[in-house]
Design a protein around this ligand. Structure first.
Ligand code: ZN
Length: 377
């Protein structure tokens, strides 16, 4: 993976349902990227945001009758605990919208100063028709784009909009909702501009692309990452991210895991049930990050069996050659994070060791697995 330019930006959680397995799979994939880059001597910087002011968070707080700030803080702590248990290396910058409101407002001002925005009843929208390519280069057909935009927080039918896909960059304060002072009155930012501001301010180093990688779940491809890139480009006049990494969705017993179906599995629940965090880690990283997968009880069981087998073999006095497998694991990771290949290599090393092959150094392989895969043996 050739990552140059201004660092890695990972779109983080909205803290009201932390941390289900879909989230965990995304953060683990980026943990593997970070580990690989660090092991290769790269000093690339990593930023992750937390969307601690957002419609779904405010709706949940309202529904449950708890202050939104309290809900967010509790969920952020839960998320941090889960990531610590899963041995995810923290990002260099963990940036909250709440704590960076002034900064985000200054980026909205930059956007407004380009003359490409308009106002509807105090709310500010970006006019996509004034941005070259924005409506012409949609990644999906327009009708589908409008449908997905609607499903993922957009408001295509709002009266007064110049184009259904125009994105909200500032929302005037609503009754019973938090609001911040700005030169446009009291309100709060739209979702996409938050990531634009946090990414550009912490990572852009003036390279050809503002970012090396922007990442997140595949459900962020459109509209979030598309609109983030459009807005950032209006501000910087340069392309936003050189690479996009989108992680597949995790389904449960044949169904998509989603809030509306109420079938989310939380990392904290598995940990409370006594599941070894390394087993959860293996279960989530053994698939290729970009593929959608179905989670079943067998997923954890097979991860458990694999962990036991590898542990037994690493504990032997004599083991099969380890230099080639370490080199091949590194090559597999370099090949678009081919973790299925990594696990196939480890299985094959176990087989050779069990057959009685010798000549390896188990300690060296353990250290490599710790460094590259975050697995402790
Ligand atoms: Zn984002």
């Amino acid at each position: 993976m050739d990552v140059t330019g201004g660092g890695i930006y990972l779109c983080g959680i909205t803290p009201y349902d932390a941390t289900h397995l879909g989230h965990a799979a995304t953060y683990l994939s980026f943990d593997l990227i970070s580990r690989y880059l660090m092991a290769s001597g790269s000093e690339i910087r990593r930023t992750q945001n937390v969307t601690d002011i957002d419609d779904p968070l405010l709706e949940r707080a309202n529904r449950d009758g708890v202050p939104w700030k309290e809900l967010a803080e509790g969920q952020i702590q839960l998320y941090r605990d889960d990531m610590t248990a899963l041995r995810v290396i923290p990002p260099d910058n963990f940036l909250s919208v709440f704590e960076n409101m002034k900064l985000i407002i200054s980026y909205i001002e930059k956007l407004v100063s380009t003359g490409k925005t308009y106002v509807i009843e105090g709310d500010i929208y970006l006019d996509l028709s004034l941005i070259e390519g924005a409506l012409e280069n949609l990644p999906i057909p327009l009708s589908e784009a409008i449908q997905i935009f609607k499903e993922r927080g957009g408001d295509p039918e709002r009266v007064g909009k110049r184009h259904p896909l125009d994105t909200l960059v500032w929302m005037k304060q609503r009754v019973d909702e938090p609001g911040w002072e700005s030169s446009f009155g009291k309100g709060r930012p739209g979702w996409h501009i938050e990531c634009v501001a946090l990414a550009l301010s912490s990572l852009d180093n003036g390279s050809k692309f503002a970012l090396g990688i922007q990442g997140g779940g595949s459900d962020l491809k459109f509209p979030h990452h598309y609109m983030t890139a459009v807005q950032a480009q209006v501000i910087t006049r340069r392309p936003f991210s050189s690479v996009y990494v989108h992680t597949g969705m995790i389904g449960l017993n044949g169904e998509k895991m989603s809030k509306s179906r109420g079938n989310l599995i939380f990392v904290s629940r598995l940990l409370n049930d006594g599941i070894d965090p390394d087993v959860i880690r293996i279960a989530l990283i053994q698939r290729h990050y970009s593929e959608d997968t179905i989670w079943t009880d067998a997923t954890l069981q097979s991860a458990q069996i694999f962990q036991g087998r590898l542990r037994n073999n690493l504990a032997r006095e004599e083991v099969a050659a380890t230099d080639p497998i370490i080199a091949n694991v590194v090559l597999a990771l370099a090949n678009n994070l081919d973790t299925p290949q990594v696990f196939a290599l480890l299985e094959s090393w176990c087989e050779k060791t069990e057959r009685g092959e010798i000549g390896g150094n188990a300690g060296e392989l353990s250290r490599a697995l710790d460094l590259l895969l975050g697995l402790a043996f």
